[in-house]
Design a protein around this ligand. Structure first.
Ligand code: FAD
Ligand code: SIN
Length: 521
């Protein structure tokens, strides 16, 4: 097996991976790895913007308050403080390296989104993630110390003497061994474990499954955020469902049931701008009442030219023969964001020495049980930087004296088709059993289904489809296990058999880990 030594390994090229790699590449040989290209993570698709208290009339303390309120009692207040305070400096640096956000005259044109009590969202039209990724990526790829491996999947984390020493990647038909002093997982979330998701196709929870297999502690996996408004496409189920940004509701778009009546006033004082979990469940209730699979989003009353304000959404809807200026847009909720993940501290340090995580794959309690809109890009920016900073100041010794017994095992088309079917079945099952409304019976049914399929993955095949399926399997099990144990409803975890929030018994985080997998010396 080919073997390469770096100082630092960063797995993932979204905002968190880019921020960490940018910090680290100033100090040592850094490799950033992406399963596909620079553009393959959720970051590329982020629409609404990045929340930051930059406006003169705003303050980090107000942003902090809104974050805590949305988080439904489970935010770690210390890390939220770091997020909103250090966010100011990181966003200014982002602007300094060339990220361009929309302005009105000489002032930033702050947008509004759900559960923010004031306008504080910096955006680049409705394609903010692309702009941030462009700015960070352009800057990073100029660094002499950086190597960017694309179309390369990390399939194994290597732990020796209880320390992370590197990873194994699959590149085409070959395994390669990468050693480093520190390994940072920035592989994003796991939206693709559900049949309905806004996340791009590779968002299969890889980093979380790899870390779990390596013996790392995993936290808060029951908390999945379902975005209320994605373009409803009827029977056609695209892999990744197009998002209609919350920013349009911030500009005055309203929700209507299929009879054309507004309904959010019956569910929350903030109406269309209530926290996402509340809006998503309100939509589910309206759908059940009317026997429909969707509601409508009405943008017709937004002032100004929609094709200029939201060019990406405007274009995509036109392709679906929907004219935003005249037509209501059929929408329904879809899995969007994972609040849980690899348990880390405020520097991204996991429970395994030398192994770190940042961005959506990490869980440090910033988002509690429900993330505030546009706080995820800020999370990746702030904590990616902090993780990079900590790693270079607290390095392990390099250990290149390890190996793993990985033998290439090709897979035929029949087996691949079998894996595709199983992947489809798990995603459908997760939508039904671990979706917006859960209960004991459904989650148990989901776990029983997974148990019945366990043997299908016993043989390891050297193919991305096999590894993604294995990861989806692992993460689905974690979500259902965590969900079954939490006997209450809170934020992104709603149980119809325990519909109330139980602060007395459940204002706590859950975490789990398993024994280290043995590696050959
Ligand atoms: P990602 O950007 O998802 O990047 C993950 C990276 O890991 C990718 O490069 C991928 O190729 C790589 N990877 C994964 N597995 C492997 C593996 N096994 N081996 C090698 N590489 C691997 N948040 C906001 O704050 N504001 C918004 O406006 C906003 N809009 C959104 C719109 C959409 C449609 C979506 C899907 C999300 C949105 N979010 C938004 C959420 C936010 O975009 C994500 O939470 C954030 O971008 C995650 O960044 P990340 O760096 O952690 O991961
Ligand atoms: C959106 O634009 O609605 C998504 C914003 C987010 O996920 O924070």
């Amino acid at each position: 097996m080919k073997s390469t030594i770096y100082d630092y390994i960063v797995i993932g090229s979204g905002i968190a991976g880019l921020s960490a790699a940018l910090r680290l590449s100033k100090f040592g040989k850094t490799v950033m790895i992406s399963k596909n290209s620079l553009k393959s993570g959720s970051t590329h698709y982020a629409q609404g913007g990045i929340a930051v208290a930059l406006d003169k009339s705003d303050a980090p303390s107000l942003h902090y308050q809104d974050t805590l309120e949305a988080g439904a009692g489970l935010c770690d207040s210390e890390v939220v403080k770091v997020l909103v305070e250090e966010g100011l400096e990181r966003v200014k640096e982002l602007i300094d390296i060339g990220a361009e956000f929309d302005k009105k005259g000489s002032q930033f044109d702050f947008g509004q989104e759900g559960a923010h009590h004031r306008r504080r969202i910096l955006h680049a039209k409705d394609e903010t993630g692309k702009e941030i990724e462009r700015a960070l990526g352009t800057r990073l790829l100029k660094e002499p110390n950086i190597t960017f491996l694309q179309n390369t999947m990390v399939v194994n984390l290597c732990i020796k003497n209880e320390k992370a020493v590197g990873c194994v990647v699959l590149k085409g038909s070959k395994y390669e061994r990468l050693s480093a002093k520190a390994t940072i997982i920035a592989t994003g979330g796991c939206g693709q474990v559900f049949s309905h998701s806004t996340n791009p196709s590779g968002t299969t929870g890889d980093g979380i499954a790899l870390a779990y297999d390596a013996g790392c502690l995993i936290q808060d996996m029951e908390f999945i955020q379902f975005h209320p408004t994605t373009l409803y496409t009827g029977d056609k189920k695209p892999i990744s469902i197009f998002l209609i940004s919350e920013a349009v509701r911030g500009e005055g778009a309203v929700l209507r049931n299929i009879k054309g009546n507004r309904f959010m006033k019956n569910y929350h004082d903030l109406r269309e701008l209530a926290p996402r979990d509340i809006v998503s469940r309100a939509i589910v209730k309206e759908c059940i009442k009317s026997g429909s699979n969707h509601v409508y989003l009405d943008l017709t009353q937004i002032s100004g030219d929609l094709s200029v304000k939201f060019p990406n959404i405007y274009r995509r809807c036109l392709i679906a023969k929907i004219d935003l200026t005249k037509d209501f847009v059929p929408v329904s909720p879809a899995a969007h964001f994972l609040m849980g993940g690899i348990k880390v501290n405020e520097w991204g340090k996991s429970s395994i020495e030398g192994l770190y995580s940042t961005g959506e794959s990490a869980c440090l309690g910033i988002h509690g049980a429900n993330r505030l809109a546009s706080n995820s890009l800020l999370d990746g920016l702030v904590f990616g930087y902090r993780c990079g900073d900590y790693v270079r100041k607290n390095e392990n010794d390099l250990n290149e004296n390890w190996d793993v017994g990985m033998v290439f095992n090709g897979v035929n088309s029949e087996k691949l088709a079998e894996f595709q079917v199983l992947k489809y079945q798990i995603k459908e099952m997760m939508w039904k059993c671990g979706g917006i409304v859960r209960n004991q019976q459904l989650m148990q049914e989901g776990l029983d289904f997974l148990k019945s399929k366990e043997d299908c993955l016993n043989t390891e095949y050297s193919h991305i489809i096999y590894y993604e399926l294995k990861n989806i399997f692992c993460v689905s099990k974690l979500i259902l296990d965590f969900g079954l144990k939490r006997r209450e409803s809170r934020g992104g975890h709603f149980r119809e058999d325990f519909p109330e929030t139980d602060n007395l018994n459940w204002k706590i985080h859950q975490s789990t880990g398993k024994k280290m997998t043995p590696f050959l010396n």
